[in-house]
Design a protein around this ligand. Sequence first.
Ligand SMILES: C=C(O[C@@H]1C=C(C(=O)O)C=C[C@H]1O)C(=O)O
Length: 361
Amino acid sequence: MTNIIPLSELRTQIDAIDQQILQLINQRAKCALEVARTKQAEGETGSFYRPDREAQVLRRIKELNPGPLSDDAAAHLFREVMSACLALEKPLEVAYLGPQGTFTQQATFKHFGHAVKDVPVPTIHEIFQAVETGHCQFGVVPVENSTEGVIAHTLDRFMDSPLKICGEVEIRVHQNLLGKMDGLIGISEVFSHQQSLAQCRQWLNTYLPGVTVTAVSSNAEAARLASLDHGKAAIAGLVAAELYDLNIIEKNIEDEANNTTRFIIIGAQQPASTGLDKTSILVSTGNQSGALHRILGPFAEYGISMVHIESRPSRQGLWDYVFFIDIEGHRDDDAVAKALKVLQNNVKMLKILGSYPKAVI
Ligand SMILES: C=C(O[C@@H]1C=C(C(=O)O)C=C[C@H]1O)C(=O)O
């Protein structure tokens, strides 16, 4: 028989370990504060947050992790430790698509940790504005969903914004039917954001045929409305259920099993190369033949993978388009720099929206 260690002894061990962890974390926090002082002494102003350095710290933790904690669990713990360390100086102010309880808020905490000051903002346009005016240092906006495709508002806003993309984060999006009722019978209306409604279209047709479906400004707003009327339901995340004290009538009602939304972090910063980065660009060719060839040629020539391409009307002429493109690598990496230089000569306009570390957690 294996030797069973008494509970009291295990708890004594855990208490002693916790004391050591606490001391070490505080030692780390003091170091992080010193980093801030050094940055200040070197003349840096504004935020001491460094997305490139944070990505490297988290990647290293995953590599070093001996287990039994999973690499992801270890990285999440360190995400929070870093967040708390950075907040000692001054918590970052991050604008996100509110109100509280949205998936964008979840994405904000996943990327920055919980020590940020999260500032709910009602529209994507105003999130850009909040960062452009310096009201917040960073913003978090959805950019694409695996079921529904790009969020056009976000892409379009980049056409005239000086802001850069300085990070990305993905959230596995589970949709749920929430309400004050106990089941599907008697539901007269369902509220949700238009993206979420689209992600649950088949489910709604199958289980709530003929029920009025109304798009509102956010899932959290839908949950709030459902909390006011016992005959009306909302489609939203579980955080919204808790926030508005709603029953979970049906869980995971999204049509696609891997429904995932990608969010980007916008700000004035331009992170340094980490070796595992992406670069997003905006390209306009004018209404010419062979336009796509001129765009893709330089990437093929320098062996650069394109992860995403999306076209949007340029709004500068009928059938004139701009392309939003994500490639692998950082603008300072040799091959990417060379390809972008060639591209610049091939097209009417090239705007680098940012080079940033690939999502780590
Ligand atoms: C400590 C630094 O500053 C901040 C805090 C970090 C941390 O706690 O590890 C990492 C990057 C920055 O966001 C640093 O630049 O090294």
